[in-house]
Design a protein around this ligand. Sequence first.
Ligand SMILES: [Zn+2]
Ligand SMILES: [Zn+2]
Length: 394
Amino acid sequence: MSTDSSKKNNQITAANEGVIAFRKELHQHPELSGQEKSTSKRILGFVKKSQPDATVKNIGGHGLAFVFDSGKPGPCVLFRTDADALPIQEVNTFDHKSEKEGVSHKCGHDGHMAIMSLLSRKIAGQRPQKGKAVLLFQPAEETGEGAEKVILDEKFKQIKPDMAFALHNLPGYDHHTIVMRKGAFASASKGMIVKLKGVTSHAGEPENGKNPARAMAEIVQKFLDLPQDSSFKDFTLVTLIHTRLGERAFGTSAGYAEVMATLRSYRNDDMEILTRKAEEIASKAAAKDEIETEISYTEEFPATVNNEECNGLVAGAAKNLDLKLVEKEQPFRWSEDFGQFTNRFKGALFGLGSGKNQPQLHNPDYDFPDEIIDTGANMFFDIYTRLLTDDQES
Ligand SMILES: [Zn+2]
Ligand SMILES: [Zn+2]
């Protein structure tokens, strides 16, 4: 980076640009997945001062995309933040505590948005010289719906990226640590709901009905053993979430049951096998007692698989910024709907340490640490500079 622009850029900090106050404002006004209307309005107000060349509104719901376009040929590079909060009651009592009963930013998406907002200021100070940068504020990450909705939106065609980058803050790692992994970074997961439909009868004559108890018990047992199946190439997991059988009536033999389980895997192809095998278990167990099955899925996340070239850019940025870099041995067991992007485009998701003693994500006392906003924005900006400006030597 040339001395002039880097000097100028060093002055564009979260503190100087009012981004810390803005982060707290976002924290005070959280919105659940799919309802990010006022968040979107606040973001629009803040980022428009960075004078993007185009703004795409209401993409995939309340999503927003800001385009900084050089007007010249070159790659389209997308930087993505999530924007939604969680149905968790905040227990913190600081001034910027959530004003909404039962809803709060407990995953740090307020901080991710702050990082992206600061990035817009940095890009405004050094506009792209080739290709274009897209800053995407994506709705509904927590439910696994937002990313796909954005990608399938007709308006996405104009911002279809050649490369996509995202980060997530990670409690348990020192502030500013960059956590990355070659290949799979976060797991694939999906919620499976098995409904078993039998027929009730008098409890004294269960043979006159179709009680799904045996089928339910077999499904539970076999689901738990399923990850030991030899057909998987890597780690898989089936977690039992909820079961239900019949009604609380001693005179009636149960006629209905439900099993809910979360399926998880490091690899997308293993998820296909896991799903097929789980379905087979359910239908075979049900068939023995002539029970009808109905199977559905919810909160589906593909695995986030990092592209080598993009990973290299993340590692290069961490090196340039002199940040501690941790290569994870195994993928994270949680899921991120950024996997919808890495499934279709070259991309990388990396972790940004948010403090060793930081409360864990989704804990009621969590709050995003403002000191890592600059680090996150600098990481993205380093990648941006390399790909979209001529000022690429460090
Ligand atoms: Zn979360
Ligand atoms: Zn999150």
